[in-house]
Design a protein around this ligand. Structure first.
Ligand SMILES: [Zn+2]
Length: 142
């Protein structure tokens, strides 16, 4: 089988940040890298699940809601992918700054009822808000 593009980038050179992966069929994929790859420090499954609920809810209620295709976690637990249409780097960075700042104000996890989620007991709002605050600092440093 062919090696897919996301395995072809050198993860040893990848640092925390926001990266453009590419555009296919009009959809652009962004790499939101929270952790240094293979750095020994990873996001926890419960915190990732909560961040997914928070940020997916926020971006899908934002001024760019019609430009959002998908937001979800990387299996390696070092970050998330955001898929968009009609948004450039500056649009995405600004939207993410607003969104990760807004995440700090949540006092409960959106969509955390049994009928709304496939693993509703596995959430960690406190850790997710800490991860979001740390990534906001990364965005502010770019
Ligand atoms: Zn869920």
């Amino acid at each position: 089988m062919d090696k897919i593009p996301s395995f072809s980038k050198n993860h040893d050179e990848l640092k925390k940040g926001l990266y453009l992966c590419g555009t296919d069929h009009g959809v652009t994929t962004w790499d939101l890298r929270f952790k240094t790859p293979n750095g020994g420090d990873y996001l926890t499954p419960a915190a990732m699940h909560t961040t997914e609920h928070l940020i997916a809810t926020i971006v899908r209620n934002s001024a760019h809601k019609n430009d959002i295709i998908y937001f979800g976690p990387m299996g390696c637990r070092t970050g998330y992918y955001l898929l968009t249409v009609n948004m450039d780097y500056s649009n995405v960075k600004n939207l993410l700054k607003e969104s990760f700042a807004l995440a700090a104000s949540f006092t409960e996890v959106p969509g955390n009822k049994r009928e709304e989620c496939g693993n509703y007991l596995e959430h960690d709002l406190c850790a997710a808000k800490k991860d979001c605050a740390e990534y906001l600092e990364v965005l502010n440093s770019l």
